[in-house]
Design a protein around this ligand. Structure first.
Ligand code: ZN
Ligand code: ZN
Length: 258
């Protein structure tokens, strides 16, 4: 299984830089987890393939360019862009994004050949198919309804939790998996901003270290992501100081494979 964090920040001469402002992860070139930078970070070939987007929660950094992505593809779609999320998050996206004011209600539109966007609600705790993957969603501890994910292609298994504070059920579900190849997890704020991390439902490297003690799988790659861009260098140092084997900060634009 392959996963790539799309770049979302460009430097003064237009090159992608390592800071992450928006969240969008491409799995095997055809499924996206979250859609913050989907319309600006996906190449043309990937845009032609991605028709499934799993939305973990409705925060702007996770859905910012989803409407633009569908807008770009509108005339060319032969099948809808399927937005997989809990029923609650689907309703929030209809109410707050695809509401005819912020952007058109694409869920009601077709281009003459197909509906352009389709909400596909999933239940927490149940396994559901997304393209070639089996996915399980678990509620995590953020300030709005948010899920973490366990993804499997039948051979490899990845666990993923972007925005979350300290959480329990996610680790129970991950620990029950017979095999785990990699974990992607957030580390948003430096240790000195623990209070801000707590009230906004995020982790510091120290808090991540405590979470990782709940993980039963050993010898897996752990990629830290959702590093607040203004603190990236400090966060990388604090993550290294944890001395957790195979824990590194995920690099935008790089494809990781297991
Ligand atoms: Zn969030
Ligand atoms: Zn976020």
């Amino acid at each position: 299984m392959k996963i790539k964090l799309l770049p979302s920040t460009i430097d003064a001469v237009g090159h992608a830089s390592p800071e992450q402002r928006l969240s969008c992860f491409v799995v095997d070139g055809c499924v996206c987890i979250d859609a913050g930078s989907i319309a600006i970070g996906l190449g043309a070939e990937e845009s032609a393939r991605v028709r499934d987007v799993i939305v973990t929660h409705p925060h702007m950094d996770h859905v910012a360019t989803l409407p633009i992505f569908i807008d770009d593809l509108f005339s060319f779609l032969e099948e809808p862009v399927r937005v997989h999320a809990t029923a609650e998050v689907c309703e929030l996206l209809v109410r707050d994004v695809f509401n005819g004011t912020v952007y058109p209600p694409f869920q009601n539109f077709d281009n003459g050949r197909t509906r352009v966007m389709q909400f596909v609600p999933f239940e927490e705790g149940e396994q559901f198919p997304v393209a070639h993957l089996w996915v399980k969603a678990v509620a995590v501890s953020h300030i709005v309804p948010t899920v973490g994910l366990v993804l499997s292609d039948g051979e490899r298994t990845l666990a993923f939790s972007s925005d979350t504070a300290s959480t329990e059920e996610f680790w129970h579900v991950v620990n029950r998996e017979p095999r785990l190849d990699a974990l992607l997890i957030e580390a948003s704020f430096p240790n000195s901003l623990k209070k801000l991390a707590d009230v906004s439902g995020h982790l510091t490297p120290e808090a991540l270290g405590a979470e990782l003690r709940k993980l039963r799988h050993e010898d897996i790659d752990i990629l830290a992501m959702h590093l607040k861009p203004s603190f990236r260098r400090q966060l990388v140092e604090e993550l290294e100081a944890l001395k957790v084997p195979r824990l590194v900060a995920m690099e935008p634009g790089r494809e990781y494979e297991w």
